[in-house]
Design a protein around this ligand. Sequence first.
Ligand SMILES: [Zn+2]
Length: 230
Amino acid sequence: MLELFARLNVKTPNYEPSQGDGNPIITQEDLCGVLASFPEQYSWYIYAAIDQRRSYNMELLHRYFKQRVMQEMRNKKYVPKICTTSVFADGVTKAAVWAFFYSKGQCPKCVGDGGWHVRVWNENTHKYYDEFELCPQCDGTGRKEYNWAERVNYGFYQIYLDSIQHIEKDDSKPSMPFTRKWYTACCKNYDNFIREELTDMSRHLVAKIKHLKQQEMKYRSEVMGLEICL
Ligand SMILES: [Zn+2]
């Protein structure tokens, strides 16, 4: 999508408010510029988030994050005991990306809203204003999260099944080594790492678009102010 945007948007490959006629109203070109100024993985994120070719874009994110996790493991000199580094990174990434994009449901406390409006008194302006308070249970995401047992099963159960495929007798098959306890002890940090990176991507996109929107509002109020003076 970003490549497409950048092509559509030859005049503003990097974000600059449109000022052809001194008029910084948000245009499609600006939005294209915002999106084109981010690295590639942001386009995969947007596509996966809005459910456009979701599995394909999640696969691209998976490959990207698997490499990032392996890099983190190298940095921390962490070597898993019960599987290879690649299998470990693959399973954690699979679980974390899936848990992020396939919500288990709504947060029961805020029923999916991520928070609620509260009326706050402003001492300076002597007016009430509405403030959005984030729900502490879901940290503003509005989602009910998968637990560790669900994550480890999603990420590693197939790997376990594949590993025992060749063993014919049921009684000689080893039990699943990838347990919830193992996941929380060994994988949790990497799972959190991926979740935080994905959350950051969302925050960056929202912040840039919000910034653009504020510029537009400011311009509109200035123009309106001018009209009143005239
Ligand atoms: Zn909540």
